[in-house]
Ligand binder design. Structure first.
Ligand SMILES: [Zn+2]
Length: 193
């Protein structure tokens, strides 16, 4: 087993010892909201948005994008578990701004190993074989953060499975300060319709 594996289990033992009465929490989020945000390791929604266990749904993927699967989770969050407000939160310095579908497909065609990045871009030095399978994957990369927040809020707002009475807000988290900055055009697009 790896060091990380042991560290995770040790941390969990401590968590269990301090778990208290959280075993009696109900399944529906107590504060009736959900956050869709990036998987970036620097972002901790529980801390930046003040969440405790049982408060809210947090849906994470690369970029915090409104993918079909993110929308699947949001629909369940509302339809079965009663959330009423959704935050779409992208962030500054997102890794999704550093590549395109074509770059990713080329890297994966060469090898499946971890690539490296420098001032001239991404490079693959791993041993093959790679795979052409990424031709069939849209990686939902980002070229403009405010625009991607607006696009994602609009996509959720106009989705046929999303009712008009959910409030949707668009924000960009600043990794330098920890601050959430509203994207007004996104929040306006996310108003009750
Ligand atoms: Zn990111």
């Amino acid at each position: 087993m790896s060091t990380v594996h042991d560290e995770v289990l040790a941390a969990n033992t401590t968590y269990v010892a301090e778990f208290g009465d959280k075993g009696s929490l109900p399944m529906p989020p107590g504060r009736r909201f959900a956050i869709l945000t990036c998987m970036d390791a620097r972002l901790d929604p529980a801390k930046y948005a003040g969440l405790a266990e049982g408060d809210a749904h947090v849906i994470r993927n690369a970029g915090g994008r409104a993918s079909d699967d993110a929308i699947r989770s949001l629909v369940i969050s509302y339809k079965l578990l009663g959330t009423k407000e959704w935050f779409v939160i992208h962030h500054t310095d997102c890794g999704m701004e550093t590549f395109t579908d074509e770059i990713m497909r080329d890297l994966l065609r060469q090898s499946l190993k971890t690539a490296s990045v420098d001032a001239s871009g991404w490079h693959d030095s791993g041993d093959g074989p790679g795979s052409p399978e990424a031709e069939h994957v849209s990686f939902l990369t980002i070229s403009d953060q405010p625009r991607s927040v607006v696009e994602d809020v609009k996509r959720i707002r106009s989705h046929p499975l999303v009712p008009g009475d959910i409030l949707i807000y668009g924000y960009i988290y600043d990794v330098k300060s920890g601050r959430l900055n509203e994207i007004v055009e996104a929040t306006e697009a996310g108003q009750v319709s």
